[in-house]
Design a protein around this ligand. Structure first.
Ligand SMILES: [Zn+2]
Length: 207
């Protein structure tokens, strides 16, 4: 079973389409605005996004129901985070670390995208908190405000789908422990090693 976390933004839609097209969807999808979407509802979601076009309600969905994570993450094999704000990412990360669920994270803003895999099942894998400590409180830059190069969402969503499928099927070399950065203006990918923080308030405490 695969739980898919979608917050109304194109990144989630792009990743979901690729994931579904690869035939790996065999469980419910979950939108963090409280709508739980089964397989039959997925087509409706995609059509709704398509109908909304470029003016889809990006980033307007508040994530205020942690109970959804408590309910669905335990039932997930893998979680994809396509949200667009730090609060959601940290909440999803905490749930995944606590339950040792692999997390495939993706983000895009303007012309810059990033993909990372945090696999709490691996002893040396960092978590999202190791990489972006919540206490550091970096300035929130949401794509709804700053805009995003439209193809970037599809590119990052596809990369998330690829990592998810690899993780689920156990093929290839996981991205866990690395942060993949994409510069769409230069068309350059960079891979940065991300060590686990032994003092991490999330994964060190859970180990
Ligand atoms: Zn950590």
């Amino acid at each position: 079973m695969v739980a898919r976390f979608v917050e109304d933004e194109p990144l989630g839609t792009a990743g979901a389409i690729r994931f579904a097209a690869a035939g790996r969807v065999d469980g419910p999808f979950l939108a963090l605005n409280g709508d739980v979407l089964g397989d039959a509802d997925f087509g409706a979601l995609v059509r709704a996004h398509a109908a909304a076009g470029a003016t889809a309600s990006i980033g307007l969905t508040p994530v205020d129901d942690a109970a959804l994570l408590d309910e669905w993450v335990p039932r997930a094999t893998l979680v994809l985070d396509c949200s667009d704000n730090f609060a959601t990412r940290h909440a999803v990360n905490r749930a995944c670390v606590a339950l040792k669920k692999p997390l495939v994270s993706g983000a895009g803003i303007r012309f810059d995208g990033q993909v990372a895999v945090f696999d709490a099942r691996l002893a040396d894998s960092p978590c999202y908190e190791c990489l972006f400590p919540e206490q550091a409180e970096p300035e929130e830059v949401r794509c709804a405000v700053m805009g995003v190069f439209a193809p970037l969402t599809g590119i990052i969503g596809c990369m998330q789908a690829a990592e998810a499928i690899k993780c689920l099927t156990g093929i290839g070399l996981s991205l866990a422990g690395r942060l993949l950065l994409f510069d769409a203006l230069r068309t350059e990918w960079r891979s940065i090693r991300v060590p686990r923080d032994p003092q991490c308030s999330v994964c060190a405490a859970a180990a």
